[in-house]
Design a protein around this ligand. Sequence first.
Ligand SMILES: [Mn+2]
Length: 300
Amino acid sequence: MLVLGKDKNFLAIEAEYSSFENSAIAILPIPYEVTTSYGKGTKKGPKAILRASAYVEFYDDETDKELCFEKGIATLAPLSFKKMNQENAMNLIETTVASLLETGKFLVCLGGEHSVSYPIIKAFYNKFPQMSILQFDAHSDLRESYEGTPYSHASVMARVIDFFPAERLVQVGIRALCVEEASLIKEMKIKTFFASKIRQNEYGKDWIKKVVKSLGQQVYITFDVDFFDPSVIPSTGTPEPEGFYYTEAIEIIREIVRSGRQIIGFDVVELAPIKGLNHPDLTTARLIYKMLNLIFYPKK
Ligand SMILES: [Mn+2]
């Protein structure tokens, strides 16, 4: 398995802690971008996250651990999609993820546009048929198709519920959708937590607990960084106001772990780095390392 060295890998760590054999965690960069509609540049997301990760501390004060040295984190060579049509690209992602899942390592995928989550989730669902999905996102991504393609980033969750039970999909942070998506949510009994309702206390003060209670025992997370407020992450394809803070995202992850649920893997997508603006890249890298810390050292 081809892995990236210290100069390019997640956290910039030595081979001893980042070889495939020595690592409990594998990170797969998927720099795929075809259908981004507004801002472009999600293709450069994985590289920017990896570059910024060199400035993330190894030590986490909450867990009192240096996870990367205890568990090992291998960063795989990025997938390459040269001259590939969408269907072949989706197949490549699915088969790669499926074979990585066979190794038993904890897998983190880095987008790329959100459409990459469709083949990733397909592979996870094959291995974990009981799983629920938690989608952090500003958009519900439930359009039947968008700009002529059913594999658009704006349709990714519509493709997922083609094969995945819709009532096991939980969405949080949603604040931009069309009327067809709104009726699909009702019709298919998708559990959507809207930003406006969260802010107006319609789910109550313990909305985070409610989000988590909607999930089953095994949870796959797809994290679109436009969940965050544009003041936190301006570097994304389609930023939307009335977003969320880093602290709120982390608290949701904490609550999942606290509840005894198992997070089986996650992807982080849609970071479109802006040259010279470093904090969104660093925030995303930290989000990933923090999630891993909370998952690997559960505090109940
Ligand atoms: Mn999305």
